[in-house]
Ligand binder design. Structure first.
Ligand SMILES: [Zn+2]
Ligand SMILES: [Zn+2]
Length: 348
């Protein structure tokens, strides 16, 4: 394939089984070295009124321990929880409801208030992956938990009020829609071809090569052919694992290094702390078989430019399919062009 491939076409998203309309032909300009104009003042590494800093009181009245690495606790404002009302009024007609049982947890990545995942050493990112794995095993073993969704919302533009580096876990009595769709697509592909769907996505990315950001180990990072957001990237082990639970220590380490390299490139792009929604997709824990399910991390940054959000509008909200204003190959070029050493570390 040549770099002059059309920037005005529909691309099939094999995991979501839907079209993405790429309409970048009007505004597909080369990289212009944009830089965010506003950078927030540097924060201290400990903040007295932060609910997540070590030793501090939380809203629940619980006090955080003087933790030194990853710290996991039950969310003080759970959206699903063991205390959710069990006896509910039945709604009329075809409507139905269910108790919002499950477990919601917060995962603090580090005691340092002013760091981000991108700035942590690879060893700390590996430790986080181990914590995610342990949570998946612990929560997934509960009878009422059918799925464990691990995610991080980063940045004010995605609604995060506390900058202390942290993510969340929702262990729910239902399987989230995207996972359900991915699992069904993966199962069908496996039955038809005897191969993991995600594995075939990796092969197609490697065959093309233009959107790969990291391919040096047992892990890979790429901005997929079917990206919905301008800088959307996937981080995955190359071997098929349904969850982190079956990955070797070496594979977890490689995945951590790969993830860090992506997050560093994100920050380096505009020399700002890059906002994103990161999710770890692992197979449901409802006891069913998930042939071909291949765990991976998806990063969905909401920005198209330093101060320009991708607005979800008619096609996305009204219709349910994404219209991409940018060409994935160009965005991958931008990310490949920046160093994989964090700009703050370069200045130091
Ligand atoms: Zn804090
Ligand atoms: Zn996924």
């Amino acid at each position: 394939m040549t770099s002059g491939a059309p920037a005005w076409e529909q691309r099939w998203h094999p995991l979501r089984e839907e079209w993405v309309v790429v309409a970048a032909h009007r505004q597909d300009r080369p990289w212009q070295g944009e830089r965010a104009t506003v950078s927030p003042p540097p924060a201290p590494d400990y903040v007295e009124n932060c609910y997540f800093c070590p030793g501090n009181l939380r809203v629940s009245g619980a006090r955080n321990p003087d933790y030194t690495s990853v710290f996991v606790f039950d969310n003080d404002h759970p959206c699903v929880g063991v205390e959710a009302p069990r006896s509910l009024e039945r709604p009329p007609g075809i409507y139905h409801n269910a108790p919002a049982t499950g477990v919601a947890r917060v995962v603090c990545y580090t005691p340092k208030h002013n760091l981000t995942l991108a700035e942590l050493p690879a060893s700390a990112v590996t430790e986080l992956l181990r914590a995610w794995r342990d949570q998946y095993l612990d929560l997934g073993a509960r009878a009422e938990v059918r799925h464990v969704l691990t995610f991080e919302n980063k940045g004010e533009v995605v609604g995060v009020s506390n900058p202390h580096p942290h993510g969340q876990i929702y262990a729910t009595n239902f399987v989230f829609k995207t996972i359900e769709t991915e699992a069904a697509a993966s199962r069908r592909h496996y039955q038809e071809h005897g191969r993991s769907l995600f594995h075939d996505i990796i092969r197609a990315e490697q065959e093309d090569g233009r959107r790969i950001l990291f391919d040096d180990s047992s892990a890979i990072v790429f901005l997929p052919y079917f990206a919905r957001y301008a800088y959307e990237c996937y981080v995955a082990p190359k071997e098929t694992h349904a969850s982190l639970a079956t990955m070797s220590a070496g594979e977890l380490h490689d995945l951590a290094v790969a993830l860090k390299s992506l997050l560093v490139r994100y920050d380096n792009l505009w020399q700002m702390s890059f906002p994103y929604v990161l999710t770890l997709h692992q197979a449901p824990t409802d006891g069913a078989d998930y042939p071909g399910f291949h765990c991976h991390i998806e990063c969905h940054p909401p920005l198209r430019k330093p101060n320009l959000l991708k607005y979800l509008a008619g096609p996305e909200i009204g219709g349910g399919n994404f219209l991409s204003d940018t060409r994935p190959e160009s965005k991958a070029d931008e990310l490949r062009a920046v160093p994989d050493v964090h700009y703050k570390a370069q200045d130091a």
